[in-house]
Every structure is written in structure tokens, then in C-alpha cells.
Design a protein around this ligand. Structure first.
Ligand code: TYD
Length: 215
């Protein structure tokens, strides 16, 4: 895998299944960092740039119709990522900002690689090509049992429509297990936070970890 970027800023990615509570925690961490005087740039995947949003709309549109093959999914997600890295993330890191990314390359490893069974070699090579040297300094996986994330997603109307509904429990169990596997493989970079705790408790743990590493 690529080495850590030699830059003044930090890239922190948030990962986890749908309904894990990533966006709430990204907002909270952004507030802590801003109060501490840091510039914060938040990006989301897929999207975060004009081109990325167009790619996102292809994926969203498709989720209402025919099945998109996993190879196409991988290439579209990583295409959007390649754009946001060069247009937003790398310049922000150079300025010394903290970049908070709602999903990053681990989403492709887990969703397209592990859950959709694409071979890990090509997934890793394509991911690496897309991000170049820009690897996260820290990745926070918010872990929730599949039933909890399914129940939460059914209560909200946003996100990629119908996607969660179309997938079965087995798929999201693979997603969850995939993230836990990544955390074992990259213990320095990837931490797992229990997403069934209260939002305040999760927030405290994440902020403590960020201060410990970058404070
Ligand atoms: P979105 O509604 O933005 O979800 P969330 O709030 O869960 O982040 O949808 C993102 C969806 O795209 C989600 O189902 C995960 C999937 N995805 C991949 O399959 N591969 C990827 O590389 C990325 C970035 C996302």
C-alpha cells in the first residue's frame, strides 16, 4: 500500500456500514477541531466534487434499475475518489488542514472487494492508482451490528435510495466483518469504535484518539 503523505495536514477517514452514525460524528469532530483552531475540510464519497457528484448520480440512478456489475461499481467509486484526492484533499493537506472524509478507499476494499467478491489484488491496485500517495493517517470504523444498522436505515429517507433494502443481511454482515478484518490488518491506521454507544460517548472516544495522535 502507499506510504503516508508527507504533508502538513492530516487525513482522517470514517468508515462503517450504512446507519453507523458516521455523519453525526464527522460533524462533531469538525467542531472540536475548529474550536482548537484547525482548518477542517469535510468531503464525502462518492461525491465531494462536481465530477464526483455526476458519478454519484450514475450510481444513484442505477440503484433504482438494473444491477450494476461490481467491476463497474469499483471503477466508478475509484474514479470519483481520484478526482476528490487531486481537487480537494491533496491541496487541503498541503495547506495544513485536517480533512475528514466520509468513506475513502477502504469502502471499495470492503464493499466491492470483500462483500461483492472481487479479487483483492486488482481492487488494491486500482485503489492505489486512484489515491496515489494520499493515504489516511487515521481511519475510524464505527461498528454496529447488521440488525441495528438495518433498523436505523429504514427510519431515514436519505442516502442512496433502495440500496440497503435490496441487499440481504448476509451482504452487510460481510461488510461489517470486512471492516473488522481491515482493522486487524492495519492496527496502526484503523481503529474500531463501538457504534451502539451513545453519540456523546462515541464523540469522546474519537476526540481523545485524535488528540492523542495529532494534538
Ligand atoms: P451513501 O448514501 O452516501 O451512504 P452512507 O451514508 O452509508 O455513507 O451511499 C454510499 C453507498 O455507496 C454505501 O452503500 C456504500 C457504497 N460505497 C461502495 O460500495 N464503495 C465505495 O467505494 C464507496 C465510497 C461507497
Amino acid at each position: 500500500m502507499p506510504t503516508k503523505p508527507k504533508s502538513a495536514g492530516q487525513l482522517i477517514s470514517f468508515e462503517g456500514s450504512e446507519g453507523s452514525g458516521k455523519s453525526t460524528q464527522i460533524t462533531r469532530l469538525a467542531e472540536h477541531l475548529q474550536q482548537a483552531g484547525r482548518e477542517v475540510v469535510a468531503t464525502r464519497e462518492p461525491g465531494g466534487t462536481e465530477i464526483g457528484e455526476q458519478i454519484r448520480s450514475i450510481i444513484v440512478h442505477n440503484s433504482k434499475g438494473d444491477e450494476m456489475c461490481p467491476e463497474t461499481e469499483l471503477l466508478l467509486f475509484t474514479a470519483a475518489r481520484a478526482q476528490v484526492v487531486r481537487e480537494v484533499i491533496a491541496p487541503a493537506l498541503k495547506r495544513g488542514a485536517v480533512v475528514l472524509s466520509d468513506r475513502y478507499l477502504d469502502s471499495s476494499t470492503v464493499y466491492q472487494g470483500i462483500a461483492r467478491n472481487l479479487a483483492s489484488g486488482p481492487v488494491s491496485a486500482i485503489n492505489r492508482f486512484a489515491v496515489g500517495e494520499v493515504m489516511p493517517h487515521l481511519t475510524i470504523v464505527i461498528d454496529v451490528p447488521t440488525e441495528v444498522s438495518l433498523a436505523r436505515i429504514r427510519r431515514r429517507a436519505s442516502g442512496l435510495p433502495d440500496r440497503m433494502e435490496r441487499e440481504n443481511i448476509a451482504f452487510y454482515t460481510k461488510v461489517r466483518e470486512g471492516y473488522l478484518l481491515l482493522a486487524k490488518e492495519w492496527p496502526e491506521r484503523v481503529i474500531v469504535v463501538d457504534g451502539t454507544l451513545s453519540p456523546d460517548a462515541i464523540d469522546k472516544k474519537i476526540w481523545a484518539e485524535v488528540q492523542k495522535r495529532f494534538g
